[in-house]
Structure formats: C-alpha cells, structure tokens
Design a protein. Sequence first.
Length: 396
Amino acid sequence: MCIANLLTLLTFLVVWPVEVAQTQLPAYRAELVHLSPESLQVQRGSEQLDIALENLVTVRFPDNSPSPDQRQAPVRLTLRDGSRLSGSQFSSDGQDASLVLASGARVTIPTRQLLDAQFRDLEDEQKTQWSAIVQSRITADMVVLLRPDGILNKIEGIISGISPDAVSFEFSGQSIDVPLAKLAGLRFFASGSQPEAQLTAIVRDAVGNRWMASRLRSSPSGEGLSMSLRCGVQIELPLSQLQEIDFSSGSIQYLADLEPLRRESRSRFTLGIEIAGAETVFGPRRVPASKPSEVGSGPGLKFFGSGSATYRIPEGFSKLVGRVELAPDGNKFSPCRVQVWLENQVLWEKRLASTGMPESVALAIEGDKRLRLVVEAEADAPVGDVVLWHELRLVK
C-alpha cells in the first residue's frame, strides 16, 4: 500500500477515548480501536493492547456527558432480561412492539419479551404502588389506570394492540381503547420461561438506558456498538451516547443475590427466646440498590435485630468487599457487634456504636467455603438494632 493510501485510511480510522479497568490492574486511559465478541483492542500511547473480555471489569467513556433530557422520554420499558430503555412513539401490533430511541433509531422487540411499560413520571407514593404492581404475580396482561385522586388502579385482560394514543384492551368479553393519557403504564404477561443467552456485559448509555448484552461488536463504521441482548433483540448505539460497558457480571457477585444456605434471627422483643416465623420479620433481608442508575451501585443486606446469614462462596472468588453501618429508623439505637466468619474462623469483627459512620470491609476469602455474617445487639431489650451491609460483594 502506498503512503498516500495509508494516510487516507488512517484519516477515516475512528478511535474513541475510554477508561479501561482490568482485573487486578488500576484503570487507565486509552483509545478504543475495536471491540469483538472475544476481545477489546485499545491504543495506549504507542502500544496496542488486545484484552480478552474475561479480563475486563469496565470500559467507560469519560468524555461523553449524560443527557439532561433523560427524564423527558415519554415511554420507559423493562424487558424480561433486565434491560431498561426509554424513547417515544411506542406501538405494538400484538406480536411485536416498536420504540424510537433518543438516537433516532427504531428498535423492534417481540411483545413476549416486554415486562412493563411506564408512560409518565410518578409521585413517591405512586412509585410504591407501581413497584408493587410490577413485582406481583399476574395471570393476564394488565393496564394500570391513573385515577384523578392519584391512586393507581389495575385491570387484568388482554392487550391486543398499542397505538401512539391508545391501548386496545380486552376484558370481560369487551374490547375497548384506553387513552394513553389515562394510563400510568402496562404489565405484560408471558406464560413459561423465555430462553435467554448468557450475560456478557451491561451497557449503560447517556440517557439512562441499561442494556443486558450477550454479544458485542464495534459497528462496521467504527462509530457505533452493535449488541445482541440476552432476549435476542438486536441494538446499535452510537459510541457518542455510551457511558459504560460493565463486564463485571462475571467477576463480581453481590451477596444479596445469592440464596443463603441458612438464616437465623432473634426477635428484639422476646429477650432471646426463639419464636416461630421470626425470620420473616427479623434477621437479614435483601435491599435493592439505593441508586440503581449509578455505576457500581448494587443491592445490600439489612439485618433487623440480631441474626446471621450463611452463604456458599462460588468458585473463583477471592475477596469480600463492602461497607457496614448502624441504620436505625429513629434516633434511639443499641450498639451492635458485627462479624464475618469463614467456615469456623472469625475473619473480621467490629463494634458499631454510632450512626452515619460506615465501616469498610475488605477481606481475603476462598471459593467453595461457607461465609457467615453475624449481627449481635449489645442489649437485653435492644432498640434500633438495624444493621445495613452496603453493596457487600464477592470479587475475583
């Protein structure tokens, strides 16, 4: 190839500034050259690196700013694979749904892959109602009406179509068109489990969308990212809209997402006497991420009263990381002692006697061992003995 042709080729070569974090290495700045289903190629100074995806934690796009209009999208969808996306011009013919993204691209999604659709911003009390509705068990599709008094009403039936103005809905042998202006949102029913591909990375973009990707590749132009979602939907996003590609799903495991081998609890009102069903009221509970849209935010564990939770550490994980603090509902509280055990050995212990002062946890662990969290209140009749373990996670 002559020098002139080589210079022309380099002129059109698209590279993008990124911040790369690899396992066991500090993050560094580089330029993205190419992403394939197997590896990431970046240019770091004069060195070109080819990094296997399993050795990546995150790839961030620090020069891309979040969009200030991310809450202006009139429709927000949740897919069954966990993807969340927003856009406009939402419609469905019953078999497939269509949505126009902020980039202007139109995405088509099989209706059976939709979990819910939200059509408006909700007040705090309405958010609680909406959360209960979308997490409830259903046996049919559901429209969620917004009453004039602000209460959400749900009606079960069959959603046969969606236009930009109304939802065609069948219930009790009747078919009606419900104006979107009267709806808070929709729930979609799908019988049986849907096949899903393995999660490779979670992609977050500038308008707050979250994409659960099973396969990623740079677009032919080099200016976009092509994705196959776990549910099979194909998406392409401009690199200019990306915020982060999180590959840590394989290298990080939140303890709250593991099923405990054993849970023990003791009611704070029975002076140490065990009562049937206490574990449903007291002891450890999973709490969702406080800011799920933020990078690195994950679920935690909250102990209501003294108790313990035992987990089996999956193979390959070598570190336990997180924070723990007293988190009483009011101003009165009893000091608590917290411990982390590995098999029959206490790895870490701390006395929590103040609020608003979380203690950091960073411990070496071993895969296929039993890990036990213990909370013990230092009072015969404790009050406010609530302990929150923030984003406690296993790391490879």
